[in-house]
Write a protein that binds this ligand. Sequence first.
Ligand code: TXA
Ligand code: MG
Length: 339
Amino acid sequence: MFDTRILSADDVSIDEAAKLLKSGEVVGMPTETVYGLGANALDENAVRKIFAAKGRPADNPLIVHISRFDMIKPLVSQIPDLAYKCAEQFWAGPLTMIMPKSDIIPDVTSGGLDTVGIRMPSHKTARAIIDKCGFPIAAPSANLSGSPSPTTAGHVFNDMNGRIPAIVDGGFSAVGVESTVISFENDAIRVLRPGFISAEELKEITPNVIIDKGVTAKLEQGAIARSPGMKYKHYAPKADITIIDGSLESFRAYVKNHSDSETVCMTFADTDCDGLNVKAICYGESDEQQAHLLFDTLRELDNIGAKKVFARCPRKSGVGLAVYNRLLRAAAFQVVSMK
Ligand code: TXA
Ligand code: MG
């Protein structure tokens, strides 16, 4: 058991976080997407502590974070041309690229796969910590396995209190949903997890962008996930969420007919549920606002003890696809189509 401390993001704290990481400990750290649970990616024992703290299945690989492009070379056995182009365009930033791993990446880190996901975060505290350590940092989202990803140090504390020595507080994560995860196939980019870097933006690198079926569909039984994270239950608050896919008018009609005293709505605007006599939490009008607030909203639903939730459906393109992908999992794929 640790007495988990929340550190500010100043130089002294960054030094302290780096010291803990160098001694093989796990530290909660901010990134621009969500908070990560960091440890030395090359140290098997340190990485095992991440899996233990999260309760994460051992076959779900971790993303390895770097702060300078030249850190990538020893970690992978090959860098596809498209990866160079993507790095130039989108790094530092919310993009993870899957490449064949080198031998220095322990199997624990890659979940037994022969590939590794690499990301260069743009958050200045994250980069300062990696710089100070001088080694790459493996970091999954800093939530307990299965619960919503954390976008504040407080969220991390709620899940990790007692499980890790320290959390560096870098403020509210700007993006709010995890990085876009892509792999490369010949001359194509495959999106395994949508994020703030949208498929539309990736199409500027190559027109051959494939959105994996697992992004919007439940994995069929027995099917092999291209990304192990796809097969696990995710982001689930305790409430039973149903996504209502349709116009504001049809959403309001659905809520009117199906709500009771326990219903809470996740809306785009404060006024969406006016006159309907239900509690509502607004998570934003634009894709970016929805991404920013989604996980905080899912945690808020638990805090207020929500049992039955009707959510307005995010857009299925641009950054909206990332929001839709996460909300679908939080809703266990329950969607009512009003169109
Ligand atoms: O924004 C982010 O990516 C955050 C921050 C902390 O950087 N990290 C994050 O990590 O979301 P995590 O572990 O919660 O999600 C990583 C996802 C999982 O679904 C995992 O299965 C997939 O990426 N992944 C990682 N390495 C992979 C690989 N080699 N092949 C296929 N999928 C991989
Ligand atoms: Mg995660």
